[in-house]
Write a protein that binds this ligand. Sequence first.
Ligand SMILES: [Zn+2]
Length: 237
Amino acid sequence: MSQLKLLWSMQQHDRRLAQLIQKLKEIENEKKMDDLIVKLRQVEYDVTNKKTRKEVNELKIQRSNSKLEQILFKLNDIEGKLYDGSISDLKQLTYMNKEAQDTKKEFIKLEKEILILMEETEKLGQELMEVVDIYNKLKEEKDNNMKECESVSSQIKLEIKKEKIIISKISSRLSEDLRKKYTTLKASKGKVLAQVYDGKCNGCHMTIPLFIMSKLKNKDEITYCDNCGRILYYKES
Ligand SMILES: [Zn+2]
């Protein structure tokens, strides 16, 4: 392969390498800024919140139930004394009657509170199940996405490795002068070789003089564009 063709091939592989590196960067970024991660965190917060509220309610119900038992015990005690005929003092009887009524009211009130709490807790349990379900689905989706990203990124890394090997092989076949020239031009112009289209340099769009065109068509010589300094590459279409 002529030096010119080697240079052309080097540029093609260089460009491919740059594209691969860019693609890898994008995938790594995508992995970090995944929308799913944000959503997952929100749902995770929801799960913890509902779980805590449910636990607090359950504790409240437990406490209220034992209080209810105490009230019931007190009520039975008062009613027992009221109806066993042991108290004959009218004033005391009236007082105890009122106490029994108050205790009954307290009992009914607490019972209502417990019922409301139980309903609320049941609803929370239902909501929690739904949120956990959403969480699991999102987590699965996120894990799958991650796996896919990993597999694509390792594939790109492999391709990058291959391209680097090819480039170094091409580079070793170039003369030292051209290798240096390639590096310098790449740093200053980005594109080292410019293809010739319609008699014009593709790098700067200047018309190539006819005598240079005939040189390009016949030989694989290294020819520079007078205007932009890039190496001209002519490929018959
Ligand atoms: Zn040019």
